[in-house]
Design a protein around this ligand. Sequence first.
Ligand SMILES: Cc1ncc(COP(=O)(O)O)c(C=O)c1O
Length: 456
Amino acid sequence: MRRFLLGEKDIPKKWYNLVADLPPLEPPITPDGKPITPQMLASIFPMNLIEQEISRQRWIDIPEEILEILYRWRPTPLCRAKYLEEFLKTPARIYYKDESFSPPGSHKPNTAVAQAWYNRQFGIRKLTTETGAGQWGSALAFACNLLGLECKVYMVRISYEQKPLRKIMMQIWNADCVASPSNETNVGRDILKRMPDTPGSLGIAISEAVEEAISDKTAKTRYSLGSVLNHVLLHQTIIGLEAKAQLRIAKEKIPDIIIGCAGGGSNFAGLSFPFIYDKINGAKIEIIPTEPTACPTMTRGIFAYDFGDAACKTPLLAMYTLGHAFIPPPIHAGGLRYHGMAPLVCQAINEGIISARSYNQLQCYESALLWAKTEGAICAPETSHAIACVIEEAQKAKEEGKEKVILFNYSGHGLMDLAGYKKYLSGELTDYPLPEDELQKSLRLIKGLPGTKRMR
Ligand SMILES: Cc1ncc(COP(=O)(O)O)c(C=O)c1O
């Protein structure tokens, strides 16, 4: 069998909260070093999501109205990559969770729908957000449209230029999408004055979206983040919970290796956290988040308190970071161009539960092409960072002659990302491994921040 399907009735009814099973996280803090209170976040997020953000409860009920919307595409299939296995002549069995099935084409709507729903319950009328490649922006536009909320998306300028079709998707779903930095916020105007040619970054776009949300005098606008925060990762755990049930149908035990690409960490976490529960309870699993060498947050960043955005408007989070002012090179995996990483993913690294790897852009495109030629589908450039690692591990299993089970998250399709493929095919793309002096320059800016001295 190649596809393992669940019926509507089998959809998980609760999300899994890894916070319950790890030692307490370092709390988010203010710039003067004090722990953030829920009240301090109230102008940015609705209180019902803030409660989820700080919850230590292991299982959290998924409201029926959210499930009703998720049924549009969930449960997603678990598939076996038989054709890739045959091409590689590997004894490994490769499974993937196909999150490209959602209407916007990635895992992002799993949390977009939940966040829009909780905001609407709280009486909010408009959501603002950032987007890199446009996957998150289009997911939130889709969710807001279904739930009757207004939506404003600040799209990182380089992606706005590289991926114009994503902008049209957002417009179809009634959202307003502008290139960031923009002339619509103080942060945007200031950056445009200092760096008129900047490609933009997720950090800058977040600052703009937060500024718009907190400046609304009617207090009916909130900000929505597509990754990084605990509640976002929580909403994505439906992926791993479904995968567990599907692996049972495939008559497989717990996988030997689990892989996901990581920008802010949400699709990786969504697939792997329910299995981390098993690892904490004794299962032997190698769990690998993958990232670009151009933006090597987990593999070369430092663990420190840092801002989530470029203009220092968010609380400081304890995380692996390249420095909040870091502007990653314009690689095509726009959703992986983020200077920080989800604190929960970072905590799992520090606990020795997971271990990250980085990949060059050209190797990722080469892997994406092999995937398209064997399995058929064209993956998102972000997803290709997981596929590069899957191929590496499948080849290793062949060398070792071991029948390993590899599971990865197929986080999205690349049908809106063909401009990058075109450049790859015509030989115009290059690798951008981050030079050490640039990294050190960016890290120097955060050395004096409060709390950093407590970190390793
Ligand atoms: C298809 C796809 N995969 C992965 C990512 C990375 O985000 P995250 O680490 O939150 O899953 C993105 C982000 O935009 C994406 O669009």
